[in-house]
Design a protein around this ligand. Structure first.
Ligand code: GDP
Ligand code: MG
Length: 163
């Protein structure tokens, strides 16, 4: 099994959009309503001569955004067990929610490396509300827009730095 990178985060933060952006194809289903990623979806990525497997761990996501549901928990446990690196995705428009903090607590216990990623920063400017994401204590987050592709190259550089 090659180096495996899992995209983890609560429903609707843009996991499937980021997955498709990196893979370059519309493999994973994106929808406005939480609950549409059918299953774990895998793709092979090559960046700067390094290869890894990317996983959209969405699972079948339930309604209700700021709750630590059993589905989200299972997704996190899967990511911890079967990946070498975790991309922890959050939503700049929603801010840092309780569920985000709970997911991080689970991820941290694993000891696996985590890259914090803040998505939906569509018009990049240093806005005060983005500073709250530093409070997680995971280091400097990568601010991206999965829809526009901004900073996704920087994120890929960071990922292959772990391989
Ligand atoms: P998932 O549930 O985490 O897989 O999230 P999806 O990829 O299905 O995206 C949920 C919603 O967020 C969809 O309406 C996407 O179009 C939207 N979305 C994803 N990335 C971005 C982004 O960078 N900017 C904005 N404005 N919306 C985004
Ligand atoms: Mg999804």
């Amino acid at each position: 099994m090659s180096f495996t990178v899992a995209i983890v985060g609560r429903p609707n933060v843009g996991k499937s959009t980021l997955f498709n952006r990196i893979i370059g194809k519309r493999i994973s289903i994106v929808d406005d309503k939480p609950g549409v990623t059918r299953d774990r979806i895998y793709g092979q990525v090559e960046w700067r001569g390094k290869k890894f497997t990317l996983v959209d761990t969405g699972g079948i996501e339930p309604e209700g955004v700021d709750v630590m549901t059993s589905q989200v928990r299972r997704q996190v446990e899967f990511a911890i067990d079967s990946s070498d690196l975790i991309l922890f995705l959050m939503d700049s428009k929603e801010g840092l929610l309780t569920t985000d903090q709970e997911v991080v607590a689970l991820l941290r216990k694993s000891g696996k490396p985590i890259i914090p990623v803040v998505n939906k920063v569509d018009d990049y400017a240093v806005k005060p509300e983005l500073y709250e994401f530093y409070k997680l204590g995971l280091g400097e987050p990568v601010f991206i827009s999965a829809i526009h592709g901004s900073n996704v190259g920087d994120l890929l550089d960071q990922i292959v730095g772990f391989i």
